[in-house]
Design a protein around this ligand. Structure first.
Ligand SMILES: C[S@@+](CC[C@H](N)C(=O)[O-])C[C@H]1O[C@@H](n2cnc3c(N)ncnc32)[C@H](O)[C@@H]1O
Length: 484
């Protein structure tokens, strides 16, 4: 679709006509970082504001959430038809808002004007005022994506692109028979709906949606979503819900004073460097740690129980490596335990008949029914706990080593890549920083696991187990674990 856009300079007019209050604060179209990078638009205080003082107030009717979409659908037959047909998408808070955003984009294009789609509402104007070029990884070129090899973002992006494509295909299949969708979206005209439009709606939502306080859900809050990010120590404003009116307020952080001319900033969650680029397309200029990364794990191909484990494991197949509040590197994974035990330890699977006559796969631990999400706690209470933990530590450490090697091997390609319209400077820079920060975290995690491994190898349980394995290999049947 040819997107209809308005300059950000017009946002204050939109704000005025939609009862958004700016308390001596202005919307600026360009704010530069200390390192010279452009943050896009932002909010600036026009006078000094003390702790807790309001900066912006947005009426609750302007919060764009799944509930708002449902409310609009009650009064708009075309939107209702869309929401009902694409039920799988409209039941999810994120995709419900995405549907609404592409519906507003559709209302705005000239080729839909004759269809009298929708009715005059603030969100059609809001969508025109949002940036239409967003530097999120879902818009990276093929050359830029190659620079991600070895980072945790590479895999996250692959998965994201697959899921966006799947959502778009579902949308197409679900709405193919709705006349207005057929005519405007799916006929082969210049203005038809494409995957790029769906990606744009996703990027708008992902980079702007806020988790609202007081269980008010997740939503996009116009104007407050102009606040840029600053780190934990530097941000100066927070948002809250006004108890009486339900309005969303942006107020000065309790221990701060915002000076005249100072930028108003909030903190976008506490995710790691990968999450920051994934959801917002930038890295803090002062970031000195990747903070966390998620690496995928799989059950080895030669594991005889592999298929059953994959079917029953409910956890995300991976490990999260993170730096805790006391700057220690830690790891957590509920999945890895499935890779650490087998039949000889006491794990088994059985196919049982259900009352309806269907076959159902069940897990057993030492001949007792195993509730699958309790595997980790069961193993941590077992007599052979240290053995299982040692296997988990080795598995995670090997995964970290493989990731680190991939990152190191692809470094020459990163360094020798020349900037062009296929590799933008604004993308090259953050990726380089991410590569450096993740390498640092992987190295620290590897060393931490090495210490954990050394500690476990001192354990009597492990010593006895290895001695037993040694004795068994001297007789024909046994194969000891390799913890080298
Ligand atoms: C919620 S919007 C904030 C308003 C945005 N600047 C705009 O013009 O629409 C989030 C986006 O602003 C930009 N941004 C926010 N904080 C930033 C920062 N500290 N450095 C660089 N870009 C930033 C990123 O593009 C991010 O995806």
């Amino acid at each position: 679709m040819k997107q209809v856009a308005l300059p950000l300079e017009d946002l204050h007019v939109w704000a005025h006509f939609n009862d958004v209050q700016l308390f001596q604060a202005s919307i600026e179209p360009h704010i530069m970082r200390e390192d010279g990078n452009d943050k896009g638009g932002g909010l600036v205080a026009k006078s000094e504001h003390g702790p807790g003082e309001p900066l912006v107030a947005v009426p609750s009717e302007l919060v764009l959430s799944k509930e708002r979409v449902e409310q609009y659908a009650k009064a708009d037959q075309d939107l209702k038809e869309l929401i009902e047909a694409a039920a799988a998408l409209s039941q999810n808070p994120r995709t419900a808002v995405l549907l609404f955003l592409i519906y507003q984009m559709t209302i705005n294009i000239p080729s839909s004007q004759g269809r009298a789609l929708g009715f005059n509402n603030p969100f059609a104007g809001y969508v025109k005022l949002l940036p239409h070029e967003i530097l999120l990884p879902t818009f990276y070129t093929a050359e830029e994506r190659k620079l991600l090899i070895g980072t945790s973002l590479a895999e996250a992006l692959d998965q994201k692109l697959i899921s966006l494509e799947r959502e778009f295909d579902n949308l197409k299949a679900a709405t193919a028979k709705i006349p207005w969708c057929q005519e405007i979206w799916w006929s082969e005209c210049a203005d038809c709906l494409t995957l790029e439009d769906w990606k744009l709606a996703d990027a708008m939502y992902r980079s702007r949606a806020l988790e609202l306080p007081r269980n008010a859900g997740v939503g996009m809050v116009p104007v407050i979503d102009m606040a840029n990010h600053a780190s934990d120590r530097r941000y100066n404003a927070r948002f809250e819900v006004d108890e009486g009116s339900g309005s969303i307020l942006l107020v000065v952080r309790d221990d701060r004073i915002v000076q005249q001319g100072e930028e108003i900033t909030i903190m976008y969650g506490c995710g790691g460097a990968c999450e920051m680029i994934f959801s917002y397309g930038f890295l803090e200029e002062h970031a000195s740690s990747a903070r966390e990364m998620f690496l995928s794990l799989s059950i080895p191909a030669d594991d005889p129980l592999r298929m059953a484990k994959i079917r029953l494991a409910q956890e995300a197949p991976g490990v999260r490596i993170y730096v805790d509040d006391s700057d220690q590197v830690r790891w957590e994974s509920s999945f890895v335990w499935w890779a650490c035990v087998n039949e000889e330890d006491g794990l088994d699977f059985r196919v049982e008949q259900t009352i309806d006559g269907d076959a159902e796969l069940k897990a057993l631990w030492k001949d007792k029914a195993l509730v699958t999400d309790t595997l980790q706690s069961i193993l941590l209470q077992d007599r052979l706990r240290d053995i299982f933990v040692l296997r988990a530590v080795v598995t995670v450490q090997e995964r970290i080593e493989a990731q680190g090697s991939q990152l190191a091997e692809s470094e020459d390609h990163y360094i020798s890549t020349v900037r062009s319209d296929q590799v933008r400077e604004s993308v090259y820079g953050p990726i380089g920083k991410l590569r450096g920060l993740e390498m640092k975290l992987l190295t620290r995690a590897y060393e931490t696991l090495e210490r954990e491994k050394a500690g476990l190898l001192e354990s009597k349980v492990v010593g006895d187990y290895l001695a037993q394995g040694q004795a068994d290999t001297e007789s024909p049947a046994g194969t000891p674990d390799d913890f080298s």
